[in-house]
Design a protein around this ligand. Structure first.
Ligand code: BGC
Ligand code: BGC
Length: 826
């Protein structure tokens, strides 16, 4: 039997053991037929000397050491001693972790951490071969976990440039900055072809169009890794890249993160997978399995795609890494036990906090034969091959390697200049009526809006922290906000006022506004309506009414329905998430460079046009894929309909329990005291005994908040109920918190307890007493898990109770990770 048909049999067997029907793989749901996929030859030439070295190492390894090599732990949950003891092959820093127990860190702190883990990994251990560790990080828009690094526009903005050669440079800059801090490997590029912009990761994709994604994959991988065959491939200023998330992440139903992609196989191949053949031809050395499923089968266990298509048909010679505990989502698996993922073709578990128990269970699986030794050896060989290619066995500790410790390069001027160019090329001009743009020196300029002077809003998720929230100005040394850059470019008469007020009436107002940062499922939306936490529309209207020209600069991770804002602005610029170089926006707004950006995603006509992609039947966007005006090619935009198309008002995104005066979808609010409860609908309500009353009040907009008044007569509580109960297990191990935007106008002496389910509450009063006026208090979901709440079914996500006379105003209750006002629960 030929090796091809043997491989085929294994795939069929894996399909059968996953409970799928035996039969032609092309017709079984979630089982691919490799023969219909493109053939890609592995571009890396055979290297007999390297293979001999690899075989010699493998031959001396213990089984414990082999198991260690296929496991990656998170720096927040592992020590250098653990790495030595368990022979771990890799560590990562998740979105919220950095060396030394920090959430994010400076260049020297990263480098010291990298050296410490490296040194531990090469401690001699008797007869065992020494295998250095590699460190992976999400450098998804520059080396975005290091303070002071160059932050590039997120991929959606880069997609608007249509400039593959600039992508190559961006790749090398990012890799160089990683090398400066001692890291070896980035979890980028994301090659998702995003088909439903409600997806919270839309901005991580370059485009909805497979051709744009495919055109970027090769040059970007080469920029990060160098060219196959060159002496500095994976070395010097280069690192290991990851094509992710294989495959279908951008095409899930309703744009649900980690959801199911039910595309037919031909669409999965031609649309979703379009970036993989060019990335593989460029020699990408790792591929990350997707959290999502294809036709109901989770990708981490999909042998037909991981082994049959990727490693077989497409000749992938690197290794497949799993996603953050993604293996634990396979049927019959948990984060700490899942040989099936390796059997299906994954080579390295991403096991952030689960690594230790996973090591034990994987070892048992080898001993029991459920994980064949040959498969384990193949996985280890793939990992070691990449390590040998990248020089980690030969080049010493990270600080001793060519770029280690050259901190002048981290956010250095040459790197920032490339980012600034990318910002200029990424801007898409949607509207420019009456020559509002370019801005002219000598005009009186006002720059307003909550995005005008905000590093967080212009950088988005995956910036220093996972969600890109909870950051301070000092965390962005060397960066420039859009407003600061505009004021500098204007010279004299310019004011930067995020709140929108001005001292002298301007000639023109630039309002910078948009989405607040988010990452992954936190950004999923029920529709494409723009939900503004500030009131930028009111600002635009106010200026208009005063005869001031208006320019809107919209910061967002995707196209959203913003017709009222477009109507209220003379000029409208889609600026995406530009990153650290606000100067690029000023360059183009002042006409030092023309607009060249073209829409990488179709812009919706209504908020319900959610799966809107160029080439689809009945395609009817507001602004088509590829649209973009310029000073050279102006155009007029007629007044737009302000009907969002949403019937019955916009729903709340998941994880928002109360905002803008509305209770989250699926939730109900009630007041309870002395064993009796009353529902709270719109308008005032009170318990029968009057111990607690509530009424709508205004904060930023009419009735966007509630007042809660406890009389002090006796214990009373406000409760949020969910029917059916909500599952927030994932949010709770993703380190999210319940955040409450609150003004504590009167606080009593008794505790003010925030509870969940039946768990004992956590006293918010001390934290509230430390602040004044509106503030955010937050309590980690894990606090409630630790107090025994079953996070998979929470019927009462919130109860807030006290017995003392207390008066609060609450404007928002939501899951988030700002860590603002964090209340400790131990
Ligand atoms: C980590 C991220 C990870 C996420 C997944 C977070 O705590 O920081 O890196 O992607 O969890 O749940
Ligand atoms: C994300 C990946 C990321 C990983 C590590 C996961 O939650 O899906 O894209 O690389 O975390 O942070």
């Amino acid at each position: 039997m030929g090796s091809r048909s043997r491989a085929r049999l294994r795939i069929l067997a894996a399909g059968a053991s996953a409970g799928l029907l035996m039969g032609a793989p092309a017709v079984a749901a979630g089982v691919a037929d490799p023969s219909v996929w493109p053939v890609v030859a592995d571009p890396v030439p055979a290297d007999p000397a390297l293979e001999a070295r690899l075989a010699a190492i493998l031959g001396r390894m213990s089984v414990e050491q082999k198991v260690g090599q296929v496991i990656q732990a998170d720096v927040a949950s592992v020590t250098p001693d653990d790495v030595a003891r368990y022979h771990l092959g890799s560590i990562l820093n998740g979105g919220n972790s950095a060396p030394g127990g920090k959430r994010y860190a400076t260049g020297p702190e990263w480098l010291a951490g990298a050296d410490a883990f490296y040194e531990a990994s090469v401690r001699p251990q008797g007869k065992l071969p020494v295998i250095p560790i590699i460190w992976g990080s999400d450098a998804v828009h520059g080396h975005s976990k290091a303070i002071g690094a160059t932050l590039f526009p997120h991929n959606i903005g880069l997609g608007a440039m249509r400039d593959p050669e600039l992508m190559r440079k961006i790749g090398t800059v990012t890799a160089t900055e990683m090398r400066v801090t001692g890291l070896d490997w980035t979890f980028a590029p994301t090659l998702a072809v995003v088909r439903d912009d409600r997806w919270g990761r839309s901005y991580e994709g370059f485009s909805e169009d497979p051709a744009v994604v495919a055109s970027y994959a090769g040059p970007f991988v080469e920029g990060l890794q160098g060219k196959v065959g060159a002496a500095d491939w994976l070395k010097g200023p280069h690192i290991v890249a990851t094509a992710k998330h294989f495959v279908g992440d951008g095409g899930t139903t309703n744009g649900k993160d980690q959801g199911d992609n039910d595309a037919p196989e031909a669409e999965l191949r031609d649309v979703q997978a379009a970036g993989y053949p060019p990335a593989l031809k460029a020699g990408v050395q790792s591929v990350m399995a997707s959290y999502s499923s294809w036709q109901g089968a989770k990708m981490h266990g999909n042998a037909s795609l991981l082994t049959g298509v990727l490693k077989g048909r497409m000749g992938f010679g690197g290794f497949v890494v799993g996603d953050w505990n993604g293996h634990g989502q396979l049927p019959g698996c948990s984060p700490t036990d899942c040989p099936g993922a390796l059997v299906a073709g994954m080579d390295m578990f991403m096991a952030p906090d689960s690594w230790k128990a996973l090591h034990a269970s994987t070892l048992k699986a080898v001993q029991a034969g459920t994980l064949p030794m040959a498969r384990l050896d193949d996985a280890v060989a793939r990992i070691l091959r990449v390590k040998l290619r990248a020089g980690v066995f030969d080049d010493g500790k990270p600080s001793a390697r060519p770029f280690g410790g050259k901190f002048e390069l981290l956010g250095g001027p040459a790197h920032r200049a490339i980012a600034r160019q990318a910002v200029r090329q990424s801007l898409v001009l949607l509207k420019n009526d009456g020559g509002a743009l370019p801005l002219k020196p000598g005009q009186k300029l006002l720059v307003a809006g909550d995005g005008a002077d905000s590093f967080m809003k212009q950088s988005g998720g995956w910036t220093l922290t996972w969600q890109g929230t909870g950051l301070k100005r000092e965390d962005f040394p060397g960066a420039t906000t859009i407003g600061a850059a505009l004021v500098a470019a204007a010279g004299g008469a310019a004011e930067l006022r995020p709140d929108g007020n001005y001292t002298a009436k301007p000639d023109v107002a630039v309002v910078v506004f948009g989405e607040d940062p988010y990452a992954e499922f936190q950004g999923d939306l029920p529709d494409l309506a723009f939900r503004d936490r500030a009131d930028s529309l009111a600002l635009l209207k106010r200026y208009r009414a005063a005869g001031v020209r208006t320019v809107a600069v919209f910061l967002s991770g995707r196209p959203l329905w913003v017709n009222p804002w477009i109507n209220a602005a003379d000029a409208f610029v889609a600026a995406w998430l530009p990153g650290s170089e606000g100067g690029g926006v000023a360059d183009v707004l002042f006409g030092k460079a023309d607009f060249t950006g073209k829409l990488p995603f179709s812009w919706p006509r209504t908020a319900t046009q959610t799966r809107l992609n160029v080439g689809d039947p009945g395609y009817d966007p507001l602004f088509a894929f590829g649209y973009g005006l310029s000073y050279a090619r102006p155009g007029r935009v007629a007044s737009l309909s302000e009907d969002s198309g949403i019937v019955g008002g916009a729903g709340q995104p998941a994880g928002t329990w109360f905002q803008r005066g509305k209770i989250g979808t699926g939730l109900a609010m009630e007041l309870a005291a002395a064993g009796a409860s009353v529902p709270v609908a719109a308008g005032p309500a009170a318990t029968a005994n009057g111990w607690l009353r509530t009424a709508p009040v205004d904060r930023n907009a009419q009735e966007d908040s509630v007042r809660l008044t406890w009389s002090g007569g006796g214990p009373a509580q406000v409760v949020l109920r969910s029917a059916p109960p909500i599952d927030i297990a994932r949010e709770s191990n993703g380190e999210l918190s319940i955040e409450i935007d609150v003004s504590a106008d009167t606080l009593g002496t008794a505790p003010l307890l925030l509870g969940m389910g039946d768990a004992r509450g956590i006293d918010l009063a001390p934290a509230l007493r430390r602040g004044t006026g509106w503030q955010t208090v937050s309590v980690r979901l894990s606090c409630f898990a630790a107090r025994g709440v079953d996070m998979t079914k929470v019927a009462v996500p919130l109860r807030l109770s006290t017995s003392a006379a207390t008066d609060l105003r609450v404007s928002r209750i939501a899951l988030g990770s700002t860590a603002a006002g964090a209340v400790s629960c131990d």
